[in-house]
Write a protein that binds this ligand. Structure first.
Ligand code: PMP
Length: 364
């Protein structure tokens, strides 16, 4: 690879498109004649305002976001959204929400929401180690539920939804962190989509929130900090305080890059091709085994195992020596995991499969 870069299979922060990094590098010392780097720029300046506005406009175009949705850039990454969703969408008294439990990140969301109201787990795949997405076609959703929450792609467990739950008319909220912009998305089916950007889009520390306007409230309980009200961000174009200017700038570059390269349809096609290379290998391997049922496996995060924990560790060490980075599975589940987000080139997946095939020939 150029610049001595490595194929980085990290679950996030993760690889960025090289042309984007090169463009950022070229603008580092003097952004388009402004005489300064974007890092040094006032968030109230005209030039930054344009960067922000273009980022939002490009994201709207990319996802086809309807006019009755606000796009917010909120600091604090994904974890802050676990709390913000519950604080902002649960009723003040007797708040109740339905959560689908599919793995590590939905569990964290559930734990956080329980601080603010009643959480009903309406479906779970805990019985099989979160290796599948439960049937969500006929969930038992109470009439007074404020919303139904899913983690649309479980980064650690490697599952994804190919069909959205039937929410029986209730607002659907989705954590799209590890699949954001990896495939087309009909925003109108959701009340709120949020995504930490450090996997498919940009630097860590920021989340994009796409929220239907009627869900933005101004009667939140007094304990809700000003910064954690969606209304604060919606009323101020995400410029209530000093935002994560650098992340907005980098994300904006990626939005443009995706628009210039065929948009989300093209991304989906590329991602399907890339994932198929790895899954075909795993399906035919006698040594390695995928950890997720076929119908629910993610195109972004591919967890797999070798015959034993010791062998998992040996494969990870050998992969590192061969120039691949971050293939160790999350500490909570073990094994291996290849995260192959938008910016992972097809060559990277092919090279990984070549390595794994050779490893199997030598060790099986
Ligand atoms: N949701 C999902 C699906 C994630 O993968 C992550 C991070 N890996 C988070 C939430 C939490 O994001 P952050 O680390 O930015 O708080």
């Amino acid at each position: 690879m150029k610049y001595g870069r490595t194929y980085n299979f990290s679950a996030g922060p993760a690889m960025m498109p090289e042309p984007v990094l090169e463009e950022i590098q070229s603008e580092m010392m003097n952004y388009r004649g402004s005489g300064m780097c974007v890092m040094e720029m006032s968030h109230r300046s005209k030039v930054f305002q344009q960067i922000r506005d273009e980022a939002e406009a490009d994201l709207r175009k990319l996802m086809g976001i309807p006019d009755n949705y606000k796009v917010l850039f909120v600091q604090g990454g994904g974890t802050v959204q676990f709390a913000m969703v519950a604080m902002n969408l649960m009723k003040n008294e007797g708040g109740k929400a339905c959560y689908v439990e599919t793995g590590a990140w939905s569990k964290k969301a559930i734990k956080e929401a329980q601080k603010y109201g009643e959480v009903k787990i309406v479906a779970s795949s805990a019985d099989k180690n979160f290796s599948y997405i439960p049937d969500c076609s006929d969930l038992d959703i109470p009439d007074d539920a404020d919303y139904v929450y899913i983690c649309e792609n479980e980064t650690i467990n490697g599952t994804t939804y190919y069909e959205l739950p039937n929410t029986k008319g209730k607002v659907l909220v989705a954590d799209q962190s590890s699949m954001f912009l990896s495939r087309p998305c009909d925003v109108s089916k959701y009340g709120l989509i949020w995504a930490g950007v450090q996997k498919n889009v940009g630097p860590a520390g920021m989340a994009v929130v796409i929220i239907r306007e009627d869900l933005i409230r101004d009667d939140l309980p007094k304990f809700v900090p000003t910064y954690l009200s969606y209304k604060t961000h919606a009323d101020n174009d995400s410029l209530y305080n000093t935002p994560n200017c650098w992340a907005i700038y980098c994300c904006g570059k990626v939005f443009k890059y995706l628009l210039d390269n065929g948009g989300l349809e093209a991304m989906n096609k590329r991602n399907e091709e890339k994932a198929a290379i790895l899954y075909d290998f795993l399906d035919n391997s006698k040594y390695f085994k995928g950890a997720v049922v076929k119908k629910d496996r993610s195109l972004m995060n591919v967890p797999f195992v070798s015959p034993s924990k010791d062998e998992d560790a040996a494969v990870v060490a050998a992969s590192k020596a061969a120039g691949f980075d971050n293939l160790k599975g999350h500490k909570s589940v073990g094994g291996l995991r290849a995260s192959i987000y938008n910016a992972m080139p097809k060559d990277g997946v092919e090279a990984l499969v070549d390595f794994l095939r050779k490893y199997e020939e030598e060790h099986a």
